[in-house]
Design a protein around this ligand. Sequence first.
Ligand code: NI
Length: 185
Amino acid sequence: MAVRRIARLGEPGLRRVASKIEAEQFGSAGLQALVNDLIETMRAVSGAGLAAPQIFENVAVCVIEVKKNTRYPMFPEIPLSVLVNPVLTPLPGHHGSIAIFEGCLSVPGLRGRVVRPRAVQLSALTPTGEPIERQVIGVEAAILQHEVDHLLGSLFVDKADPRSLTFLEEFEQFVPVEERVTEQL
Ligand code: NI
């Protein structure tokens, strides 16, 4: 296990579509080592999630977890998910939207308001190839979308309202707590 260096905005690898993990790689020591590094790195830097391209690995693997997170004190606790080849689709029916002042370990010091679907269907595999199918709603759905965007070469600054962009110090000073996460039904 190792805490890995994190790619920053401008690194070309952050703009590539990640390769899917191939069938023969499931259950391999290499894939498990990558997952361990993702988890260790995410926890070391208090991320709410981390995608493999952010540690210079161009494959479709990401992790999310929130445990009393100092970077996002307004987030609920979310158990660890390890997702291989994740695909998100909006849930059918009307489930509203969620807007969060997002940040990203690859865009240090910046926050910006991103509006996303509030509910998604997650289809993914575990590192040993077991299927994961579940509906995700609210903050966890937004975090998942942020991480899966990384696997598609997209960063939150692509989707944030440009006029909402703010450095962290100004975010703390000027964005009221009640505006940091808002859900619209
Ligand atoms: Ni990110």
